[in-house]
Design a protein around this ligand. Structure first.
Ligand SMILES: Nc1ncnc2c1ncn2[C@@H]1O[C@H](COP(=O)(O)OP(=O)(O)O)[C@@H](O)[C@H]1O
Ligand SMILES: [Mg+2]
Length: 241
């Protein structure tokens, strides 16, 4: 059954995920609209990666519904979901370290016609000019920040309508964190919607339009970023104020 999407790109309803006897998500619901940056913030173990992995088809939900552009995608294989326009940049930056930057970017475009690849690469280099200088370099020789950029650039090579980013700032120096977040805003301004998962609530609240707070597998608060920046609970638990 399809449903009108009405500007809603991703709609997750009552999502339940269990790992054996451990229930990681207890029926969470959230949406990402066309053009939005939405962030899920939460502590380590809250269920953020599980949520993204369920949406991208890496983990099978045991309950609920996931719709992309109005169509059910839960239960579909990951490559089919990428073809619909939804790409995940996983936690921990995982480009293929033995391959060059160019080869990694080409792999990111597996769902697209070959004739389009060089044009897409040129577009991606506008956000990541540093990668252009390193096309022939092996990914394993890149710095941490450059690897994160490559992981994001590879995701963009699929030309997603919605890109999901799992903790892109993890382990990076403060200056690189600033740079990564400004690139995220820039990618969004160029038309890609973003679902961002972060432990760095301070930065996530600065780039996002809307926010969901995840605690032990449940959404406990949601609202605009401006609203949540003023929430006493968010201030004390996530912003250290
Ligand atoms: N593959 C797995 N097998 C068993 N438990 C898991 C697995 N992945 C995650 N979990 C558990 O699910 C919960 C949520 O984990 P996760 O989604 O990784 O949280 P976050 O990304 O917010 O840190 C945690 O209790 C974690 O230990
Ligand atoms: Mg995680």
């Amino acid at each position: 059954m399809t449903q009108q999407s009405n500007g809603v790109l991703l709609s997750v309803k009552d999502l339940v995920v269990s790992y054996g006897a451990i229930r990681a998500l207890h029926g969470i619901s959230f949406e990402v609209g066309e053009g939005e940056v939405v962030t899920l913030i939460g502590a380590n173990g809250a269920g953020k990666s599980t949520t993204l992995n369920a949406v991208s088809g890496l983990v099978r939900p045991s309950g609920g519904e996931i719709r992309f552009l109005g169509r059910r995608i839960d239960g579909k294989p990951g490559h089919a979901i990428v073809r619909l326009g939804l790409t995940q940049v996983p936690e921990g930056r995982r480009p293929f370290l033995g391959m060059t930057v160019r080869e990694n970017l080409q792999l990111g475009a597996f769902n697209r016609p070959k004739s389009e690849i060089s044009e897409t690469m040129d577009r991606v280099f506008k956000s990541f000019p540093r990668l252009k200088e390193r096309l022939g370099q092996t990914a394993g020789t890149l710095s941490g920040g450059e690897l994160q950029m490559l992981a994001m650039a590879r995701g963009l090579m699929a030309r997603p309508r919605l890109m999901m980013l799992d903790e892109p700032s993890m382990g990076l120096s403060p200056i690189l964190v600033q740079e990564i977040f400004s690139i995220i805003s820039e990618i969004n301004r160029q038309g890609t919607s973003i679902l961002l998962v972060e432990q760095n609530a301070y930065m996530a609240l600065r780039v996002a339009h809307r926010v969901y707070v995840l605690e032990t597998g449940e959404v406990v608060l949601s609202g605009t970023a401006a609203e949540l920046r003023e929430s006493p609970r968010v201030k004390s638990a996530y912003l250290g104020e």
